[in-house]
Design a protein around this ligand. Sequence first.
Ligand code: LMR
Ligand code: MN
Length: 431
Amino acid sequence: ASVAEPVTNVPSRMQNLEEADRLVDQSPAQALALMEQILEKDPHNALALYGRARSLDSLAEVERSNARLEQSIFAYRAVLDLEDQVDDQLYHKSALRCIDRMRFRGFHGKAIRIQQRLVARFPDDIEYQNQLAVGFLLTNQPEAARTILEGVLNRWPNSGFAQVHLGFILKTTYDDYDAGARWMMAGIASREEGVIDGRFYSHLGDALTRLGKHEEAQRIYADGAKEGVFRSHDQRSLYNVDRLTAQPWWDKEATTYGPFFDLLEANWRQIRNEGVALLTLESPEGFANESEKLRDSGDWKQFELFAQGRKNAAHCIKAPVTCTLIENYPPALCKRGQVKFSIMHPGTHVWPHTGPTNCRLRAHLGLVVPSGAKLRVGNTIKSWEEGKFIVFDDSFDHEVWHNGSSYRLVLIVDLWHPELTTDEWQSLAPI
Ligand code: LMR
Ligand code: MN
C-alpha cells in the first residue's frame, strides 16, 4: 500500500486541482477548501498555492474584506517563496497580482520588495526595472528611482520610458532643468507606451521656460494640446471635467457668485484687518513659503484657512470673520481648492504655471495693494484694487510680478466652477 499510494493519489489530486481551479470564480469558498485539502498532503504544490491565493483574492472582493485581501497577498507571496520550484510563468503571474493587490491595500513598501525579487529573477527584463523605478517614485524615493533608471539607460540607452522618468526626476527633484529637459524631450520623441503624458509635457515646458527657451516651451505646450494631454496650449491642468467653459478671466457677475463677492467686498476692511493682524503676530509661523517651487525670485507666503473644502480650525481662530463668511457659502468650500491669505513682497517673480484642475475659479480680493504688482492670466495682465475681487481660471497659464516697494496682501478664494452640479461637488476626488 505504501508503494501504491502516490501512484493512485497523484492523478486524483490533479483532478481535484483542475476542479478547484474552475471553482475559483464561481465559488471561491469551496475552491479554497479544496485547495487547502490538496496542500495538506502536498504543501509545496505551486498550483494549489496559487489557487489558494486566487480564491482568497476572489473572496476578498465578494466580502469586501481587508483581512481576506491580506491573506490573499500573503498567499501569493507563498508562491514566490517556492523560488526554483515554481516555473517562470506562474512566478510572473503571482508576482504581478501580488504587487497589484499590495498597492491597492496601500502596502507600497512591500510591493517594492516583490518588484525587487522580479528584477533579481529576471535581470534581463527591462520592464521590471522600469516598473521598479515607478514604484520608488510612488513611494517618494526619487533618488532610488534615479539609480535604477540610470542603470536601465546604461544597458538600454533608447528606453523612452526610462528617459522621460529620469528627466522628470532630474527636473523636479534635482532642479536640473537642462538635463531634465533633454531626457524628457528624447523620451517623448520615442512615443513608447507611457511617455505621452501631461506630467512630462508640463515639466518639460516648464524646464524650457526656466532656461529662457520660451519658443521651444510654447511648441511643447502646443504639441501637448495636439496629443490631447492638455485642453489647450494655455490651459494645462491635468484633472479636468471636459464640458466646462474655459476662459482665462471671468466677469464677477458671469460666475453667478456675484452676491458672495458683494458681501465680502462690503466687509473687506475687516478681512484686511484680520490678515494684517496675522502678519504682525509675534509668531507668524502660520505663513508658509509657497511650496511648489513656483517662485523665481523674492518672498511669497500663504496663510491657509481652508484646504480641500475643510476648515483649518487652528488658523480660522485667528481670522474668525473671514472664515465665517467663507463657511456660510458652500461653493467656496471647494474640495478642489483652498482659501488663503497670500502675501507677496517686492522683488518677487512667480514663474508661469497652471493649477491642477479646471474645476475651480480663483477669486482674489485685494487687501493691501501697492503699485508695481501685477498678474498675467493667458494674454491679459491685470492688477488688484483694494476692496475689489478679480476672478480668473488658474488652470490657464498665469504669472505674477511684484516690482513695487511694499508688500501686497490678497485673500484667495477658490470656488467650484459654476457649471459643475452639486452632485459633482460630492463625487469629484479632492485635490
Ligand atoms: C496664484 O494663484 O498663482 C497667484 O496669483 C497667487 C498670488 O498670491 O498672487
Ligand atoms: Mn497659481
